[in-house]
Each structure stands twice: as C-alpha cells, then as structure tokens.
Design a protein around this ligand. Structure first.
Ligand SMILES: *Cc1c(COP(=O)(O)O)cnc(C)c1O
Length: 382
C-alpha cells in the first residue's frame, strides 16, 4: 500500500476529514467531577486525599507494594536511580533507542549512560546484548560490578518498555542479579502492559511511570515510582517530599530533598483516568484490530508484540523497508493532516551523549531508520 492509501484507510477508520493527532487524551464527566471536587476542597497542592488514593490504586493496579506519585516521569526515574544507589561517577546501562528523559535522569544523578542494543521485536533492551557487553566489560568486585574499560561502577540497569511492548525483563533481571546490578524499569509507556502476568514496573527494584498528556492515562503532567521494597520506597517518598521529617509543625529536613510530589489537583484527574483505563485499552485494542485487518499487502507492516505479554496498545507503529520509505511515509501523512512520527533519534546521536560507551547498536539503528508511529487515539467510547 502506498502512503496515499494509508491516509484514506486512517480517515475511514476515524471517520474524519480533519487533522488526526497521534495520541489525544480522552476525558469524561468523571474527570471533571473529581477535578471539581478537588478544587472545592481547596486542597489543590501538596496535601490532599487524592494523592494517597491514587498511590494506593496505582500500587494495586501494578501489583507492587508501594506507588509514589510525583510531578512527572522524569522525576520518577531520577529518584528511582538515586534510591537504588546511583551516585556521582557511576555508570548506568540503558538503551539508546528511547526518549531522552531516560538518559537525562542518569545525568541528573551525576552518573553516565552506557548504551546496550535492543531486540528487534520488543524494541527494548536486548538481554543477549546485555550479557555480551557484561562478559566483555563487566568485572565483579565484592558486591558491585565495575566497567573494566572505565574503572567506573555499574550502579544500575535501566531498560525501557517501548510503546508499551514489554522488553525481555525476566532475562534482564536474571543477568543483572548474577552481576549484582539493580534493575530500574522505565515503564513510562507501559502502564497496563504485563509479561507472564506481571505488570510493567513491578519487576525491577523500582519502576517509573509517566502520566504526561500523551501517555495512556494522564494527570496533565505526572509520574509515579513503583517498588516492592517498602524501606526503599519510604526513602524515595521522603526524597520527593523535601526530605521533611514528619512533625505536626516543625520544619526539619534531614537531607537535600526534592519538591517532586504530585499536586492533589493532578492526582484527582489521575484517579479518574485510572478508573477508566480498562475501557481505554479495550477501545485501543479495537483500533489495532482494525489496523490489522485493513493494513495488508503494505510497503510496511504493523508492529506486533511478542508472545507471553499483554500489551496496553499505547502507541501503534509500523516498520518500513528502508529509511527512504520511512521518510516518504512521514512526509506524505504529515502533509495531509494525518499525524505520524518517527521513533526517537538514538541517544548517541545527540551532542551531549555522543561520547558515551556503546555496543554495535545494529538493531537500534535498524529500527531508528524504519519505525513510524501511527495515530493511536482512544477514540469515542463504545
Ligand atoms: C514519557 C516518557 C518519559 C518521561 O515522562 P515525563 O512525564 O514526560 O517526564 C520517560 N521515559 C519514556 C520512555 C517516556 O516515554
């Protein structure tokens, strides 16, 4: 199929001649009700019941002991890394095929990224590439792992669940356990996805979620830290709430904390959104099925998540045969009001990460040149 026909197909599916966005948030009366309730309570900021409620519900939904609501997904990553022990001069293993926030969160901890290749099917960190890299550069000393090339400590591994596809997190956990490296999942795109029945963000020592406006559910802006380690989770919460010791009136802060707590107003919206997530996923699943039925005999193919996982259908994508075909598809669709986007430019192509150590990146480069995201809106509810 030519891009021109793809445009017609998308317009038919959405029954719209207007601009079709890539991923629009969806709001209902419930969202308005909770937000209004929050405003009426006057507790719109750093104190309020919606934050506690939404934290409990997120922990439940993600099958983790604790969820900590924060200002955005980037802050969730930053604090997760810090609470996992990442410190100045350390290194963190991550993928170059990701949104820049993953890598920035490492720098915010004065550590540096090392880029490990991804798998072609999951678009997430490849356990095979991880194992190969560790066998070549890893050195276990006492309980820590060091990079033989740089002498730096490898303080964490930060895989990402691309577009909600689960990466091979079970194998990554096994490898990292053997090397003494804590795993933090960038599950910013993964709420609602699971592997072998275990949700995104619940596998690692910490998992980070995002509720930005383009994610599967939104708080306007927001994020959450997930963890099964109650002690560490308590410290993470402390760090996100200015490290203030609990006291009826005194201000005592026992370390340099951060003002990263999610405001109650955002938590109100998030709670309403979380209550609707199942229907959002159902609707998106229907859209994906329609794409599956109509996008056949194409110059590109719809990306399909690998076995054993439940996908949240967050952002749908196709893979083209070449960069040239990718560019043509992007050009024609965007010119004609059907929004599509390429996958991110690889992190080592950005000036601030060009010097970072990396493996051959063959799969990441292959995907970067070919993947295009297509409209994945929740649409009208059935
Ligand atoms: C959205 C996203 C983030 C960051 O979330 P924000 O809430 O925008 O800070 C981090 N990593 C990935 C992979 C994301 O898609």
């Amino acid at each position: 199929m030519q891009p021109e026909k793809f445009i017609k197909t998308v317009r038919d599916i959405y029954q719209s001649k207007d601009f079709i966005p890539l991923h629009e948030p969806r709001f209902s009366e419930l969202d308005k009700k909770y937000v209004a309730k929050c405003i009426e309570s006057k507790f719109v900021s750093s104190v309020g019941e919606f934050v506690n409620d939404v934290e409990d519900r997120l922990a439940d939904y993600s099958q983790t002991a604790k969820a900590i609501a924060v200002v955005n997904g980037t802050a969730a990553l930053q604090i997760s890394l810090k609470a996992a022990g990442v410190d100045k001069g350390d290194e963190v293993l991550c993928q170059a095929l990701t949104f820049v926030a993953t890598t920035n969160s490492i720098i915010y901890n004065n550590a540096s990224p090392v880029f490990i290749d991804v798998d072609l099917d999951t678009m997430g960190m490849s356990p095979k590439a991880l194992g190969l890299w560790l066998n070549e550069f890893g050195e276990k000393r006492d309980e820590y792992c060091f990079n033989k090339k740089t002498g730096k400590r490898i303080a964490a591994c930060l895989p990402m669940h691309t577009f909600g596809f689960m990466c091979r997190i079970e194998e990554i956990m096994t490898i990292c356990q053997a090397w003494g490296i804590p795993v933090i999942e960038d599950a910013a795109e993964g709420l609602g996805s699971s592997l072998y029945g275990r949700p995104a963000g619940s596998w690692g020592l910490f998992g980070a979620l995002s509720f930005n406006g383009n994610k599967i559910i939104t708080a306007g802006g927001g994020g959450a830290i997930l963890s099964n380690e109650k002690g560490l989770a308590k410290w993470a919460k402390h760090l996100t709430t200015t490290a203030k010791r609990e006291h009826p009136y005194e201000f005592f802060h026992d370390e340099v904390g951060y003002n990263y707590r999610m405001p109650n107003l955002n938590a109100a919206l998030l709670l309403a959104q979380l209550e609707q997530i199942d229907s959002f996923i159902d609707n998106k699943k229907k859209l994906y099925k329609t794409y599956q039925q109509t996008l056949t005999n194409e110059k590109f193919t719809l990306m399909v998540p690998p076995q054993n996982q439940i996908w949240n259908y967050w952002l749908m994508s196709v893979i083209t045969h070449s960069k040239k075909e990718r560019d043509y598809l992007l050009e024609v669709t965007n010119k004609n009001g059907v929004m599509t986007r390429p996958i991110w430019q690889l992190m080592f192509k950005l000036p601030m990460y060009a010097h970072c150590q990396r493996d051959d990146q063959v799969n990441a480069i292959h995907l970067e040149e070919r993947i295009v995201n297509i409209p994945s809106n929740i649409g009208e509810m059935a």
